[in-house]
Design a binder for this molecule. Structure first.
Ligand code: PMP
Length: 287
C-alpha cells in the first residue's frame, strides 16, 4: 500500500507529493506545524493541538487556510487512507508560494500539508530503559513559543546528542538554566517528590504533552512547580524526565554522562508515564 499525503486540497501519493519551489516555508521558514499522536485510532489531544496551531498562525499574522472542522475531516481521511491506527499525523501550514521577497506577499494562499505514518508506541513501563541527555547552549531566537518550521538549531542539537550517544539535547540559557529539549519539554522531580518544569513565560514551546501531564499530576495529587531549574539542580535531582507527543513521558537516567538519582527510571516518572498512557488509552479529552 503506498502512502498518501494531503497537499493543498488534494490527496497525492506520498512519494510524488510536492509543494512549489518558491513556497515561503521552503525559502523563509515562513510557516508553522503540529505533530499529534494517534493511539487506537484516536488523535490524542486534537483540540489543544489545533488551538496551538491557530495561536502559532496568529503570531505569524496568518489565518488557518481551511476551516478547523475541515482540517479535522482531512486528518481523519489521511489517517484512513494510510491505515494508521497507532502512529502520528504531521500538519504544516506555510504562507504559500510567491515570488521571493521578504515582506508578506499580497496574494499568496496559505499552503496546507498533512502526512501520517504508523508508529508502534511504547506500551509498558518495562520497555522504557530511560534516556540520556547532553546539554548545549541555547542559541535560539526569542520566540520559541511559536511552533515554527524553523528548526535548524533543534536539528543541530539533536544531531550533536545522537553523535554523543544520547537521545536528547537540553538547551541551557545564559543563567545556566534548562530551557527545554530540542524536541521535548524538560522536567525534574525535587527532593520532596514535586515535579518541576519551566514556566511558559520564559521562551519555550508550550508542549501539549506538558500541559496534559501537568493536569494529570495535579489530579493525582502530585505537587507541581512551573519554574526554571538549573542544570546543576537537575543533575542533583532524584529524577528527571522529558515529555513530547512522540516520546510520551520518558525517564532521563543520565545528564552529561552523570547518573540521575539511582541511574534508573524513578517512581514519580513511572507513575506519570502510566497515567499518561492510560489517558491515551482511555479516550478522555482535554475538553
Ligand atoms: N519543545 C520543543 C522545542 C518541541 O519541538 C516539542 C515537540 N513539538 C516539544 C517541546 C514538546 O511538545 P509536544 O508535547 O506538544 O509534542
Amino acid at each position: 500500500m503506498s502512502r498518501i499525503a494531503y497537499v493543498n486540497g488534494r490527496y497525492m501519493r506520498h512519494d510524488l507529493a510536492h509543494v512549489h519551489v518558491e513556497d515561503r516555508g521552503y525559502q523563509f521558514s515562513d510557516g508553522v506545524y503540529e505533530v499529534a499522536a494517534v493511539y487506537g485510532g484516536r488523535v490524542i489531544d486534537e483540540e489543544p493541538h489545533l488551538d496551538r496551531l491557530e495561536r502559532s498562525l496568529r503570531e505569524l499574522r496568518m489565518d488557518l487556510p481551511i476551516p478547523r472542522n475541515a482540517l479535522k475531516l482531512v486528518t481523519r481521511e489521511v489517517l484512513r487512507r494510510n491505515r494508521v491506527r497507532d502512529g502520528m499525523v504531521y500538519l504544516q501550514v506555510t504562507r504559500g508560494a510567491a515570488t521571493r521577497d521578504h515582506p508578506f506577499p499580497e496574494d499568496a494562499e496559505g499552503a496546507v500539508v498533512l502526512t501520517a505514518r504508523p508508529v508502534q508506541w511504547p506500551e509498558t513501563a518495562a520497555a522504557d530503559r530511560g534516556a540520556e541527555v547532553v546539554s548545549i547552549p541555547d542559541g535560539r531566537w526569542g520566540r520559541c513559543d511559536v511552533k515554527s518550521v524553523s528548526l535548524l538549531p533543534n536539528v543541530l542539537a539533536k544531531q550533536d546528542a545522537r553523535e554523543q550517544g544520547a537521545y536528547e539535547a537540553w538547551f541551557i540559557d545564559p543563567q545556566g538554566r534548562v530551557t527545554e529539549g530540542s524536541s521535548t519539554n524538560a522536567w525534574i522531580v525535587d527532593d520532596a517528590g514535586r515535579v518541576v518544569t519551566r514556566d511558559l513565560e520564559s521562551n519555550i514551546l508550550g508542549g501539549i504533552t506538558r500541559q496534559t501531564v501537568l493536569r494529570l499530576a495535579r489530579e493525582a495529587g502530585i505537587g507541581v512547580d512551573e519554574r526554571p531549574f538549573t542544570l546543576t539542580e537537575a543533575q542533583a535531582a532524584p529524577e528527571a524526565f522529558l515529555t513530547s507527543t512522540t516520546s510520551f513521558v520518558r525517564a532521563i537516567v543520565r545528564i552529561d554522562g552523570q547518573p540521575v538519582g539511582t541511574g534508573e527510571p524513578g517512581p514519580v516518572t513511572l507513575r506519570l508515564r502510566d497515567l499518561y498512557l492510560s489517558y491515551c488509552r482511555g479516550g478522555r479529552t482535554n475538553r
